[in-house]
Design a protein. Structure first.
Length: 336
């Protein structure tokens, strides 16, 4: 069993660790840290009879994840205060949304940037309010700024000058140049309120967003964590109406693939038509679990293929060639 698959099996059945050797423990936590799932793993192991050294690792990982959760919620509150005067719907996305809503994917989850979704016709007001509240541009380059504003699904990323925390302001969930165009107004309309005035996506749309992020807008980096989010959301609420909602957003095929991958990796309970893994799915599984015992990425050619695929999904060929050429020229520096 490869280290990546070992992590998946332990998340699925934590009791497997009882017979682990020292090497297997080392590899398990190395891969979990690399996949940003150490807190998730620790919570799954909590309560088992563990070696003393492992108990310390588990306690530390749980404490660290709690600090991350509190920091993420505080950053969401800061954004709420900055945007409250606008009376614009602000929808939390990804890890912060899970934490704010108290959903099971948030247990031990590592949370990075604050991601929010706002109506596209209000995004200029949101930008002005955030800049006035202390956020600054991360990408000052004029080409990058123009590229984000014209073609992407979000503003250029911002970072707060005092708290050193980033925020990504989305107006939809996939780039405007992508082949798939989810219904952003429908995402906003179906979003649900939190007690503090912020909002989160409906459970079905959380799954749609997870699938879009995992399979329609990236190279599967961090895919084990994103697929665990999918697994937890499905386990919490089932899949009733999910296929129809995914079809509405143009992500029916991606939803079916995510279900097959999650069933294969984590044993997610999904309908029989979403259980049979295809030969292409096996390549996705190889990419998802591409780690060695030190947590280092492996299968370089496969990772490169998925990297190329991610760009191909994001924009038409001619636009992609022009974009890559521009980035190459801007990054090139002659020697001597």
């Amino acid at each position: 069993m490869t280290p990546g698959w070992r992590l998946a099996h332990v998340l699925r059945d934590p009791s497997l660790v009882i017979a682990f050797s020292a090497r297997e423990w080392t590899e398990l936590f190395a891969v979990a840290r690399a996949e940003q799932m150490a807190g998730t793993l620790a919570h799954r192991l909590q309560g088992l009879a563990l070696p003393v050294q492992i108990e310390r690792l588990v306690d530390d990982a749980i404490a660290s994840a709690e600090q991350v959760r509190l920091a993420a919620l505080w950053e969401a509150e800061m954004a709420r205060r900055a945007l409250a005067p606008l009376e614009v719907p602000v929808v939390l996305l990804k890890g912060t949304a899970f934490a704010a809503a108290g959903l099971s994917p948030s247990v031990g989850r590592n949370i990075g940037d604050l991601d929010i979704l706002v109506p596209r016709d209000r995004i200029d007001e949101v930008e002005v309010a955030l800049l006035a509240a202390g956020w600054e541009w991360v990408k000052p380059d004029p080409y990058d700024d123009a590229y984000y504003r014209r073609w992407m699904h979000e503003l250029p990323p911002l970072i707060h000058r005092e708290r050193d925390r980033m925020i990504d302001v989305h107006h939809t969930i996939l780039p405007l140049t992508a082949r798939i165009t989810p219904d952003a107004p429908a995402l906003l309309a179906a979003s649900e309120p939190l007690e503090n005035g912020l909002r989160h996506l409906s459970r079905s749309d959380m799954l749609v967003h997870a699938v879009a992020h995992l399979l329609a807008d990236g190279d599967l980096a961090g895919g084990m964590r994103n697929l665990w989010d999918f697994h937890c959301l499905v386990q919490d609420g089932g899949v009733d109406g999910l296929a129809e909602r995914a079809r509405h957003h143009g992500l029916a095929a991606e939803m079916a693939r995510a279900a097959r991958l999650s069933h294969a990796l984590y044993g997610t309970e999904v309908p029989s038509e979403w259980q049979r893994v295809t030969p292409l799915d096996r390549l996705y599984l190889r990419r998802l679990t591409a780690r060695d015992g030190w947590g280092r990425q492996t299968r370089r050619l496969l990772r490169q293929a998925f990297y190329i695929r991610s760009h191909w999904l994001r924009m038409p060929p001619l636009m992609l060639a022009r974009h890559l050429w521009t980035k190459y020229r801007k990054g090139y520096r002659s020697v001597g």
